[in-house]
Design a protein around this ligand. Structure first.
Ligand code: HEM
Length: 296
């Protein structure tokens, strides 16, 4: 039997200052660590693959309010993906690309017009991310401001750890989605992606309000943070890599591969949560049923 995982605190300010560096340093010391929150942190590559490839033992259903689709296991996960994948089909993405590029250009022009110093996340990346997700869904500008304000309230509620607060904020989002749904009653699915979602069926039935709210929460506030963080990571990388910056200015065709590689090395999502469905051993260390695991 392996020794007990190294104790550590993922919330430690020193870890939060540079999570990627902290995880890499820990990974060099041990394949498993035990967080102050009682979760097991899985760092070793073979152990991460063991968790990723054994859905029956390591479930994605980690929350009482499962996210659609990533909070579900088989067979529901596949049913949801079958209902939702076409929204991201290559021809759909190609159709949306000009809108996305135009929003990127106008957001850059607005930022440049401000002149002087710019706080990249609040004054550029977040506004861009909200605009592009709203354009993707066919949501009006008014809703964009409401989304940004909701995002701030949601982050404050999460930081507070107060269940009543997070539940109230979650209800607010469901109410917002109900308004979007009401506004699309009798509207054909072709009008926009939100209308099409309202007509989407899974397992022969329409998505209910909770599922719609979960999908739209993922596609709006869920991804707004991820997109904004990705922009921050890429701009920081360009700022600290002047040679690469020069090279990419000279050969813009390299940009797609460079962006993928930077986000592969330093992606915005540092962990992925799972929960055990039965007693199991990881790196020779016994874990009980319902053990919370984060792979990093
Ligand atoms: C740079 C931006 C993005 C990054 C780095 C990113 C990263 C990820 C990662 C790591 C997961 C896996 C989560 C898990 O297994 O629990 C995921 C899942 C997902 N993402 Fe993104 N994402 C991005 C943008 C988006 C956008 C813009 C959308 C939709 C409009 C989106 C929709 C989804 C969906 C639906 C899933 C669930 C897939 C599944 O469970 O099968 N993502 N994303």
């Amino acid at each position: 039997m392996s020794t007990a995982p190294t104790p550590w605190n993922p919330q430690d300010p020193e870890v939060q200052r540079d999570q990627r560096a902290a995880y890499d340093a820990l990974r060099a010391r041990c394949p498993l660590a035990h967080g102050a929150n009682g979760h097991t942190t899985v760092l070793g590559h073979p152990e991460v693959l063991q968790v990723l490839h054994d859905h029956a033992t390591y479930s994605s259903a980690v929350s009482q309010h499962p996210a659609v689709p990533n909070g579900y296991d088989q067979p529901q996960h596949t049913q949801y993906r079958q209902a939702l994948d076409h929204f991201f089909a290559p021809e759909r993405m190609a159709h949306f690309e000009p809108t996305c590029r135009a929003l990127a250009i106008s957001t850059v022009q607005e930022a440049l017009a401000l002149g002087g110093r710019l706080e990249i996340t609040q004054e550029f990346a977040l506004p861009f991310a909200v605009r592009v997700q709203s354009a993707f869904l066919g949501w009006p500008t008014l809703l964009q401001d409401e989304l940004l304000q909701w995002l701030q309230r949601s982050q404050a509620a999460t930081r507070s750890g107060e269940r009543a607060q997070t539940a109230a904020v979650a209800q607010e989002f469901e109410d917002l989605v109900e308004r979007v749904r009401q506004a699309r009653r009798g509207v054909p699915p072709e009008q926009d992606i939100s209308s099409e979602l309202m007509h989407t069926r899974v397992d022969g039935r329409p998505l209910d309000l909770r599922e719609l709210a979960s999908v739209l929460r993922n596609w709006t506030v869920g991804e707004v943070g991820t997109i904004a963080a990705s922009i921050g990571i890429l701009l920081h990388w360009l700022a600290v890599q002047p040679d690469w910056q020069e090279r990419l200015r000279g050969a813009p065709a390299l940009l797609p591969a460079a962006i993928d590689e930077v986000l592969r090395i330093d992606g915005p999502l540092v962990g992925n949560r799972h929960i055990t469905t039965q007693p199991v051993e990881l790196d020779g260390y016994p874990l009980p049923t319902s053990a919370h695991i984060t792979i990093n």
